[in-house]
Design a protein around this ligand. Structure first.
Ligand SMILES: Cc1cc2nc3c(=O)[nH]c(=O)nc-3n(C[C@H](O)[C@H](O)[C@H](O)COP(=O)(O)O)c2cc1C
Length: 373
């Protein structure tokens, strides 16, 4: 039977040759917000994996919006030049559809890299004042963020716009708005972190207002023929938090604003959520969003096995899968999945001889005999 995972998918005006996408993954390896040689290596290896779409990691639209001082940004000319260098390199080696996740880390900014303890920076380490919808710390031991004023919000919207314009100049195919995992826009969306008394807090309609304003501003600033998507939460995994019902409403509102796709993740708003980790643990959220809104929907979260990914697409639970850890573990995952599922995917010509098609019994070693293809 023909693989559904390897069937093409249209997003905006672009046709992806398959439904395997690389999730954004923070590398904590930028210098003053500028991507480094590490990104060339890391993204280069993922770009030649056979995945059809690659989302570059959460990128701060302001210096204070970075999770750590080592996260990339898109707020300066130097950042733009550095990301363009990476993007140009990737264009030279791969046809992958390429975009960046635009982000503000909210009350989770000003932190350590995970391998340096994850917690908040101290004053001596260069901590900065964080921003959030309400002045509620993430957890005990975390500093209180500054509650954003309306002028803070308006200024930040303009920072998102400028970053989207820089992404357009770099030549990226799309931008993705980060609105999950407890970062700023997710903090607006969640009743656990948003206790505002104005029209940006309270009802779901009010909590969605700022994320939707930012989305609209980005959509207007990014070239119309390219696409803008969003990563959203399916759940906070806490009673009384953002829920799967809320996710459906938010996705529907994004779609009405011209959002080309959503990837449905979750968690991260509080540190003590009980997340039932297991294979495909967030897929049911994607399935509901897809079925109830009709927006192009990605599933993410412990999708590690080709047959599992195939079933998610074939059963109509998602339009594409988004893989993070599985791609770090095995950057040839899409090519291996194609072999398992009897499908085709792209190999760089330099690696073509690794394709079992070219070394199955009956082939001569060395230069492949193309006359029998
Ligand atoms: C190293 C690493 C960095 C991550 N950085 C980001 C990020 O920048 N933006 C984001 O939305 N999610 C980020 N995530 C979460 C993943 O994109 C994904 O949603 C999550 O890991 C679940 O997918 P997985 O089970 O395939 O890893 C990161 C995950 C990992 C492992």
């Amino acid at each position: 039977m023909t693989s559904q995972l390897f069937a093409p998918l249209r997003i905006g005006v672009l046709e992806l040759p398959n439904r395997i996408t690389v999730a954004p993954m923070c590398q904590y390896s930028a210098v003053d917000g500028s991507m480094s040689d590490w990104h060339i290596m890391h993204l280069g290896s993922l770009a030649i994996s056979g995945a059809s779409m690659l989302v570059m990691e959460a990128t701060g639209v302001t210096p204070e919006g970075r999770i750590t001082p080592h996260c990339p940004g898109l707020y300066s000319d130097a950042n733009e030049i550095a990301m363009k260098r990476v993007a140009d390199f990737l264009r030279g080696i791969s046809p992958v559809v390429l975009g960046v996740q635009l982000a503000h880390a909210g009350r989770k900014a000003s932190s350590h890299r995970p391998w340096q303890g994850h917690g908040p920076l101290t004053g001596e380490e260069g901590a900065w004042q964080t921003l959030a919808p309400s002045a509620l710390p993430l957890a005990a031991g975390w500093p209180a963020p500054h509650e954003m004023s309306r002028s803070d919000m308006a200024a930040l919207t303009q920072s998102f716009v400028r970053a989207a314009q820089r992404a357009a100049r770099i030549g990226l195919d799309f931008v993705e708005l980060h609105s999950t995992h407890g970062y700023l826009l997710s903090e607006f969306l969640s009743p656990l972190s948003n206790r505002r008394g104005d029209e940006y807090g309270g009802s779901l309609e009010n909590r969605m207002r700022y994320p939707l304003e930012v989305f609209r501003a980005i959509r207007d600033a990014f070239p119309a023929e390219r696409f803008v998507g969003a990563k959203i939460s399916g759940s906070d995994f806490v009673d009384g938090g953002f829920s799967p019902d809320d996710a459906v409403v938010y996705a529907r509102a994004l779609k009405a604003e011209g959002c080309a796709y959503v990837t449905v993740s979750g968690g991260g708003v509080v540190l003590d959520a009980k997340i039932p980790l297991g294979p495909g643990y967030q897929v049911p959220f994607a399935e509901r969003v897809r079925k109830e809104t009709g927006i192009v929907t990605g599933a993410v979260g412990l999708i590690t096995d080709p047959q599992q990914a195939e079933a998610i697409i074939a059963n109509g639970q998602a339009d594409f899968v988004s893989l993070a850890r599985a791609m770090l573990f095995n950057p040839r995952w899409p090519q291996h999945a194609a072999v398992v599922l009897g499908a085709e995917t792209a190999w760089p010509p330099q690696y073509e001889r690794a394709s079992p098609k070219l070394w199955r019994p009956g082939r001569t070693l060395g230069r492949p005999d193309r006359s029998r293809e």
